[in-house]
Design a protein around this ligand. Structure first.
Ligand code: NAD
Length: 378
């Protein structure tokens, strides 16, 4: 899938590189224009620049780099339109393993505020990837859970596995102490489907207190050749899907006159521009998610509904692992850009999502919590 053409990039970068203006006869210093220096300066400024460049070895090297060397300038901060990654069909999607040994009974002292006991939480996109592992954190923290996904069969299977894992990690619990974990179909981009899922969850659990919107996807095409129907789908799932579930759950909370917590899964792509893979519509979608969280946080603050965003960096899910195994040069590039020197894993989100949903974060709303190994700092 990835065939970054280094040669093509080099040619492109060389042809795009800007050079200082060539001095014309009119701009060459003469007695009269030297005299005018303090009054009129446009052509002379180029002249001064050129002299400065000639004298400064560092600037001169930049200006008169050896043949071909200009292709490297800015190369690591550009997108490469030859990179194309399409989101795979459902049957080609790799499955996610339930995380082992991260939850369970423990006797280390911690704040009770972090507990999600007696809550009902909803995670969209919970059948796989980050959504599944965050679901597990939510269950381990004491909440009941509704997993919502386009792939209901896998959501059902994973719901059962989450309960089995919880049972293993919490031996001796009575049946009524076990979490109630259910699976529900929804296409998050479709308002009717969202409303049906919400009604189904409320019928099965009686209520919803917390929401995590993790259904989303990315793919890579350069902006000019990105198929428009795919852009609409991408924005539909990432932006409309987040909006529809957030407003649906907030309406339900307002009708009940109770507080609640919403965590939207954005991405560091909502703040920076990733390289080298081109993905302008995804970046714009995640910027929208981040600002939606801030905007709704303000709009619903009076009703006690907190809305925050988590912006993960590069996380090693089953899907990203498959893509990077097939494209080791992309993996090396990504890792070289992360200050901590490694990609995140889905369980790096277990603490952040639990924290933001819980009362430990009760004065935090509208925040964007970046979980990116420092990527966005440099
Ligand atoms: N993996 C990363 O490196 C990374 C980094 C930053 C942000 N994110 C974001 O995190 C979220 C989860 O990503 P992931 O890596 O776990 O992806 P994933 O593909 O592993 O899981 C996404 C889940 O969402 C479901 N889904 C997709 N479209 C849907 C729809 N229309 N309706 C309902 N469910 C739908 C899928 O069936 C799948 O179970 C996404 O919003 C993604 O943009 C991921």
């Amino acid at each position: 899938m990835f065939r970054p053409s280094v040669a093509r990039l080099a040619v492109k970068a060389a042809s795009q590189s800007t050079r200082p203006a060539v001095l014309t006869a009119a701009s060459r210093p003469t007695l009269s224009n030297t005299f005018m220096r303090s009054l009129s300066s446009t052509p002379l400024r180029a002249n001064d620049e050129s002299n400065k460049i000639k004298k400064d070895p560092l600037l001169a090297a930049t200006d008169k780099a050896p043949q071909g060397a200009l292709s490297d300038e800015g190369r690591f901060a550009r997108t490469d339109e030859s990179l194309q990654i399409e989101y795979p069909d459902d049957e080609h999607m790799p499955r996610t393993q339930v995380v082992q040994g991260r939850g369970g009974m423990h006797f280390k002292r911690t704040l009770a505020q972090y507990s999600l006991e007696n809550k009902v939480s909803l995670v969209t996109g919970g059948a796989r990837g980050l959504g599944l592992v965050m679901s597990q954190a939510i269950v381990a923290s004491g909440s009941d859970l509704a997993i919502v996904d386009l792939n209901k069969a896998e959501a059902e299977e994973q719901a059962q596995k989450l309960v089995e894992q919880f049972r293993k990690e919490n031996p001796g619990l009575e049946e009524e102490q076990m979490p109630n974990v259910t699976a529900h179909y929804s296409d998050v981009a479709n308002p009717d489907s969202v409303n049906e899922a919400l009604a189904d969850i409320i019928a099965k659990h009686g209520r919803i207190d917390n929401l995590v919107t993790s259904a989303g996807f990315t793919e890579n095409f350069d902006a000019i050749s990105y198929p428009y129907d795919r852009i609409q789908k991408l924005w539909g799932v990432n932006v409309d899907g987040t909006y529809l579930f957030a407003t649906g759950v907030a309406k339900h909370l307002m009708e009940r006159k109770v507080p609640g917590s919403i965590v939207m899964i954005g991405s560091m792509s909502g703040t920076i521009v990733n390289v080298p893979q081109p993905q302008a519509p995804y970046n714009a979608a995640k910027a929208a998610v981040r600002h939606l969280a801030a905007s709704l946080a303000v709009e619903w603050a009076g009703q006690g509904i907190r809305v925050n965003c988590i912006s993960p960096g590069y996380m090693l899910t089953a899907l990203t692992r498959k893509i990077l195994d097939e494209n080791p040069e992309l993996r090396d590039k990504w890792i070289s850009l992360i200050p901590t020197g490694k990609m995140g894993t889905p369980d790096d989100l277990m603490g952040p999502v639990t924290f933001l949903l819980s009362d430990a974060a009760k004065y935090i709303t509208g925040a964007d919590l970046r979980v990116d190994g420092g990527y966005t700092l440099t």
